[in-house]
Design a protein around this ligand. Structure first.
Ligand code: CA
Ligand code: CA
Length: 255
């Protein structure tokens, strides 16, 4: 166990050193920038972990302990893909009010109102719609839904044996009406109507693109051993260490 932790620690240090920042820093929520790695295994968009080696090629970003997501990028011919999985680990119920919303600012133009931005919405696990931002308003967009391929299902995953909602989607970035630059900004929201649970990355205003996060990328593949399971293990270890530290502080205080 100690060896795994040590190796993973060094892998994390190495990965942070290898990350290549390619974008100019634009208006975005401070502290919310993530890096997409090259796709090693092209995922099947079926709303679940289709094979053990799907989604082992990029680090996961967590929203607390309820939601984990990651993305990869690759080129197929002249088309550039961004591919995503979002695991809503605590949503185990099929509600028509559940949703996932992916807000996109393809050219990082930001601003204080959704001008020239879009959001992709999956509602009730059945319906996909696109909304266009024009000034202070969002309006339904009816053309060109084909750039966005998606699926979701109540399924188990490597870290959660209870069936929960898993969303997979991919976007062709450089064709169609809604284009995304190499580096772009986004805000991701998921909602469980039963719990009820609302989670967002960043947890900011969806109507103010200046407060969204940055989707950057690196050309470096993921270091060996830095898988979803290891990242989950690290999260557990850091929580345990934090708990032990708190207990120790409490003991010291009461002595
Ligand atoms: Ca899949
Ligand atoms: Ca639900």
């Amino acid at each position: 166990m100690k060896r795994i932790v040590k190796r993973t620690f060094y892998a994390l240090i190495l990965s942070s050193l290898l990350l290549i920042t390619v974008g100019t820093v634009m208006a975005a929520e401070p502290g919310y920038e993530r890096f997409s790695r090259p796709t090693q295994v092209i995922p099947t968009i079926d709303g679940k972990w289709t094979s053990d080696d799907e989604w082992t090629d990029s680090e996961f970003t967590w929203m607390g302990t309820d939601v984990a997501f990651t993305s990869t990028w690759d080129m197929q011919g002249s088309e550039v893909y961004t591919r995503w999985i979002v695991e809503f680990l605590t949503d185990t119920t099929d509600d028509s009010e559940d949703f996932l919303r992916m807000y996109l600012d393809g050219d990082q133009s930001g601003g204080n109102q959704p001008m020239g931005c879009t959001y992709e919405e999956i509602s009730g696990h059945t319906t996909h719609t696109i909304w266009l931002g024009a000034g202070g308003l969002w309006s339904l967009y009816v053309a060109d839904l084909t750039q966005f391929d998606w699926a979701n299902s109540l399924s188990t995953s490597p870290t959660e044996p209870t069936p929960h909602w898993i969303y997979e989607f991919q976007i062709i970035k450089n064709t169609g009406d809604l284009q995304l630059n190499e580096v772009w900004n986004f805000l991701l929201q998921v909602y469980d109507a039963s719990n009820p649970g609302f989670h967002a990355w960043p947890p900011t205003d969806q109507d103010i693109p200046d407060q969204w996060g940055i989707e950057n990328y690196t050309t470096e593949p993921i270091p060996e051993g830095l898988t979803f399971a290891v990242m989950a293990l690290l999260t557990t270890i850091s929580m345990l260490v934090g708990y032990k530290y708190l207990i120790k502080r409490k003991e010291t205080k009461t002595q």
